[in-house]
Design a protein around this ligand. Structure first.
Ligand code: FAD
Ligand code: SIN
Length: 536
């Protein structure tokens, strides 16, 4: 298959780009799962934007949103990128409304929420299922867009580049090998413009808010193709996942309880009912996420309790059901009435602040390859993302990437001129060998949780690096010896991404933003730069 634009990923970044690009050429947009399996569809709190003056929180300005973003980012944001993205907030909301997104509003005004690190109310939302509202609107629009082919169950394995074909000059991308999960065949998709919109890598950790699809495939593919990656040490842990000891394994702590609750007055307390967060930051429960997650980690370790609590009992009866119906009902299903009992919560891996290095227009270091959304490292988030800035970034960079590609659109499809070898299958793995995949998958996620989590040390990072080296070898042998399937592909990507997180963390000999190590507890001004890594 040949396309003018090959987009890998169907979240906000991929779909919003696909819909726009289809006016300019043939677009293929694919996902390894179904259309609504994405981080986008799971977003709860909302999307941050400073609206036109008559609609915004009194006193709010783009300058304040920029200042809050820079403050959260702990010295690593690229200010020009922050400014550009935030100044496009109001247009982004118009775009999404145009696609059919129905944000909550009353009396002709959008209802604006608040989350950690925001000095004003500026989060537009659709109750507590904003992501689902956005994803459904985009999928519906995409399905009726001419010139746009949407493919489910198509797993991008690797990028095809001139370098991989053995050419030594002018390395550029020519397309991707894609596993059709329905047929088991690997197909060649050719395109001069390949856009990674594959989201993040939460599944690298045992406990995560992310859906199963978040295995860091885009970062791993870009790495193997030789693109530059940065800041993978900055994994954001969301402070408040429901802690449910009645459930087993990862299920026990993966349901997100939105930060927007704290924006509406919910308070974090310990078993004694004390608001312990105030000892860590004057903003208390509404401090930026790195601070709150560390405060919880500290409190859990200090008290030996398995969790802390989010308290909304002081809100008027019916408030939760009205404003946060999804969370309220889900907790009820788990047997907890949050109007009567505080919600037990723990942190879990949530967001990848680093990723494939791009400029503000999604351009990577490899010709023809673009990255948009969570997979990309644009400079917006620096060392810690401000809440609800990622849906905004996904839409803005997708629009800008298209403009950039159109400015350099070449009438001839160069990727059609190359002789691309067909995929050579290995043998199908015997069922009893599959245990290797599940064991390694579990081991990676567990070791990342134990050794490379909210608080790190040099020693634990060294152990993680050693173990990952061995796991990488095992996974590589398995990958090359067997016929590919989604499990082995995800495992291969997970082990690469875990190694990148550890490599970046080892390089950063200071504590900054989301990277905290007790061996180097302070930020060092001389180290206020990105951690860049590249395969070759
Ligand atoms: P995604 O939406 O994750 O989409 C990635 C797509 O790529 C999926 O379709 C996936 O199947 C596909 N894909 C991945 N690998 C491959 C492959 N190898 N081949 C083919 N397809 C592939 N952010 C906010 O701004 N506000 C919020 O309120 C908010 N709440 C959140 C709540 C939760 C529970 C979570 C998990 C995240 C939340 N975030 C929020 C973060 C935000 O949702 C994500 O950062 C954002 O949606 C990422 O969008 P994306 O388009 O980059 O990727
Ligand atoms: C949340 O609703 O707490 C998640 C918001 C985000 O990750 O931006």
């Amino acid at each position: 298959m040949t396309a003018d634009f090959l987009i890998i990923g169907c979240g906000i970044a991929g779909l919003s780009l696909a819909i726009r690009a289809a006016k300019h050429g043939k677009v293929v947009c694919l996902t390894k799962g179904t259309m609504l399996e994405s981080n986008t569809a799971w977003a709860q709190g909302g999307i941050a934007a400073v609206l036109p003056e008559s609609l915004r929180d009194p006193g709010d300005t783009c300058e304040l949103h920029i200042a809050d973003t820079l403050d959260a980012g702990a010295g690593l944001c690229v200010e020009s990128v922050v400014r550009t993205i935030i100044e496009e907030g109001a247009n982004t909301i118009d775009d999404l409304v145009h696609y059919g997104v129905d944000f909550d509003a009353a009396d002709g005004h959008y209802s604006l929420g608040k989350e950690g690190g925001h000095s004003k109310r500026r989060i537009l939302h659709a109750r507590d299922t904003t992501g689902r509202e956005i994803a459904e609107a985009l999928v519906a629009t995409a399905r009726k867009t001419p010139n746009l082919t949407l493919l489910e169950h198509h797993f991008a394995i690797d990028l095809i580049t001139t370098g991989k074909l053995g050419m030594v000059t002018d390395d550029r991308v020519l397309g991707a090998y894609v596993l059709n999960r329905d047929t088991g065949e690997v197909e060649i998709f050719r395109s001069d413009r390949v856009i990674l919109a594959t989201g993040g890598c939460g599944k690298v950790y045992l406990y995560t808010t992310n859906p199963d699809s978040a295995t860091g495939d885009g970062v791993a593919m870009a790495w193997r193709a030789g693109a530059t990656i940065a800041n993978m040490e900055f994994i954001q842990f969301h402070p408040t996942c429901f802690y449910n000891p009645a459930a087993s394994g990862a299920e026990a702590r993966s349901f997100l309880v939105s930060e927007a609750l704290r924006g509406e007055g919910a308070v974090l307390i310990n078993q004694k009912g004390e608001d312990f967060t105030l000892k860590h930051d004057a903003r208390g429960s509404l401090a930026p996420r790195d601070i709150v997650a560390r405060a919880i980690d500290h409190e859990i370790k200090r008290t030996g309790a398995p969790c802390v609590y989010l308290d909304v009992r002081h809100k008027p009866p019916g408030f939760m059901k009205e404003r946060f119906p999804f969370i309220y009902e889900t907790l009820l299903r788990f047997g907890l009435d949050c109007e009567k009992e505080p919600i037990p919560v723990v942190p879990a891996a949530h967001y990848q602040c680093g990723g494939v290095v791009t400029d503000i227009n999604g351009k990577t270091t490899l010709r023809g390859l673009y990255a948009v959304g969570e997979v990309a490292c644009t400079g917006l988030h620096g060392a810690n993302r401000l809440a609800s800035n990622s849906l905004l970034e996904g839409n803005v960079t997708a629009r800008r990437a298209l403009e950039e590609m159109l400015a350099h659109l070449h009438p001839q499809r160069e990727s059609e001129l190359f002789d691309i070898p067909v995929w050579e299958h290995g043998d199908t793995a015997a069922p009893d060998e599959l245990v290797v995949i599940y064991h390694n998958w579990d081991e990676i996620r567990r070791l990342m949780w134990d050794y490379v989590s909210i608080v790190r040390t040099d020693n634990r990072l060294r152990r993680a690096a050693t173990r990952l080296r061995n796991l990488k070898k095992e996974v590589r042998e398995f990958y090359w010896g067997h016929r590919v399937n989604a499990d082995i592909l995800e495992l291969r990507n997970l082990v690469s991404v875990a190694s990148m997180i550890v490599d970046c963390a080892v390089k950063r000999k200071e504590s900054r933003g989301l990277h905290y190590t007790s061996d180097h507890p302070n930020a060092k001004p001389s180290l206020a730069q990105d951690t860049r890594i590249r395969k070759f």
